[in-house]
Design a protein. Structure first.
Length: 276
């Protein structure tokens, strides 16, 4: 069994593992031997796929845990896979159609990129909507950020007010969260809470500078890397911001990346960043 962090183990103690195995055929050891899945389950995320079996279905599923109050066992929900989304599909959140074409396009945009090992990867560019949508839940209209949980192809939403509470304090200032050793500024945290993708820069441990694009993922309930088309165009053009005349890059995007890189140059020497 993997040596999991104490906080993850303590949180997972709230799950009735015997019930989980009887109902879904998923043993405690299956989760505990997978640190990624264990952490996802412990912190309320939809997990990567695990093998399970019910009276009706056998195959790979995602799990999500729901705390039920102080001293009570957590409920664990089994989530089945859906077919991959296409431009012709109507996308739903809480049984309500997503009517914003821009959000829909952002969710299903596909691209390719190079991973940390130099291998070409293909998949969804963002899997995030890029802006809030408004739907009615529990009798009131609420704003949600939406993402596609890629292991299951399901559309998942998270209330904007919850995202803001994670990233910003009551006065609208950043809570100091970050990624890859780079702490978000107030403006960056606000942009992320609005669903926007931002460019960040920093320094790897070997002294090499890096620039990447990040966005809040409602399915993972955290900020993750993404690969939007505009950022790829900026990379192709050269991150020294010497854009060719043929490449039509939004001036605001150009300025965003340029400012982020300048900020990264100032902070990078002070930061030790591990990417990947």
């Amino acid at each position: 069994m993997e040596n999991l962090p104490n906080d993850v183990q303590n949180r997972l103690n709230n799950i009735n593992w015997d019930h989980l195995k009887d109902k879904y055929g998923i043993a405690k050891e299956t989760i505990m031997n997978n640190p990624t899945v264990a952490a996802q389950l412990a912190y309320g995320q939809m997990t990567d796929l695990v093998y399970g079996s019910t009276k009706e279905l056998t195959g790979f599923f995602s799990l999500r845990a729901f705390p039920q109050g102080e001293g009570k066992e957590w409920a664990v929900k089994l989530i089945t896979m859906e077919k991959a989304k296409t431009p012709n599909d109507t996308l739903y959140l809480y049984n309500q159609p997503i009517t914003s074409q821009k959000v829909k396009e952002a969710l299903i945009e596909r691209t390719s990129w190079e991973d940390n090992s130099g291998n070409t990867r293909k998949g969804l560019a963002n899997a995030n909507g890029g802006r809030p949508i408004t739907i009615e839940v529990d009798g009131r209209r609420q704003e949600f950020l939406v993402s596609i949980h890629q292991p299951t192809n399901r559309v998942v939403g998270m209330p904007v007010e919850q995202v803001r509470a994670m990233l910003l304090d009551d006065k609208g200032h950043s809570r100091g969260k970050g990624i890859y050793g780079v702490t978000f500024t107030d403006e960056q945290a606000k942009a992320l809470a609005e669903g926007k993708a931002i460019a960040i820069s920093g320094m790897k441990r070997d002294g090499e500078r890096f620039t990447c694009c990040v966005q809040f993922d409602a399915a993972q309930r955290q900020v993750v890397t993404c690969h939007p088309t505009w950022f790829k165009e900026a990379q192709k053009a050269g991150l020294d911001m010497k854009y060719s005349k043929e490449l039509k890059v939004d001036p605001q995007v150009k300025q965003q990346v340029e400012n982020s890189m300048k900020e990264g140059q100032k902070k990078g020497r002070k930061q030790s960043v591990k990417v990947g």
